[in-house]
Design a binder for this molecule. Sequence first.
Ligand code: PEP
Ligand code: MN
Length: 368
Amino acid sequence: MIIILQPDVASDGPEVAEILAAASHYPSVTGKVYSFKGQTHTLVEVHLVGETKLVPADAFSERRGVVRVVRVSERYRVIGRHAGQVDAHGFDYKGEHFGQDSFHLFPGLCAVDEVGYVESTFKALQTAGITTARMGAYKPRTSPYDFQGLGKQCLPWVFELAGKYGVKVVSMEILRESHLDEIRAALRASGEPTGVMLQIGTRNAQNFELLKAVGQQTEFPVLFKRGMGITLEEALNACEYIASEGNRNIVFCLRGVKSHLGDPHRNLIDFAHVPVIKRLTRLPVCIDPSHSAGRRVLAPDGLTEIHHAAADGVVVGANMILVDFHPAPRSALCDGPQALTLEELPGFVDDVNIVREAYLKRVLRAKG
Ligand code: PEP
Ligand code: MN
């Protein structure tokens, strides 16, 4: 059961305290307070969990400060979009707004390798007017003999170069909680030249302890990638681990699911789920066409399959694209075959903007 309070009711104010006191009279029911900072208002919800079937809604709906009481059947109650709840308001980070209406490109290296490659990538982004990027320092590889990423030693110069070229947010995967500490320390030491969106990779989508760890901090937003072999419902529940710990600044990323039915793509592209996630949750939705299509092959129409995969997600309303670029894909130490080149960046941006415009036109037309 979710009790929605009027805008700007304080989470530590008397209205909330009265609700919690009333809830404490029901055995096996606990109340948890969630506060969402929107662009203009702070919104507070009290979530009652446990044996709430026996709790009458009007025990709370008549109380002061309460707008509405919603019974939820889905288990992903915090990220979920339930009847009567506020609209998806998204979040702000480093001057960027991330929501179900925003649109960002996060191009960059799958794995940080050489300083020169990182610098020329950031430079190309700056020329293209892009202030958000991807850079992997910790890589989860299928084989232990493959390049595992440069780890914390590359963080100082990656962050410094990001700042130098005006990159405000870098999406970076972490594999364990100590990586979060390393990122925080490196940012502090370099004077916070940029921001980081913590990426939870598909392999860790159900690493619940890691999900809880990124949920227990609110300094960094989280890009949660759908598990490659789990249902959407399971992925939403996994994502809820982050939100239920207190961090609601989450972007949900689709990256394809493992199935030979997707061959010859690396993964079966699941971007038709973009509108489904927007309907079921209040989260912005990202797509990763690189790890979905998995190979930079040219279709007969002159566009690569990565371009086409990106278009698949953008035309149905994706809010963010995480996409691999590399100045010299043949020399890349990870996922070179799926990287687009920096020369292809302006064309990719143009192509994506054409599709985004088409999406916005579709929405306008549908709204009449
Ligand atoms: C990545 O984005 O670098 C990555 C490893 O992706 P995924 O977790 O989706 O495989
Ligand atoms: Mn990769």
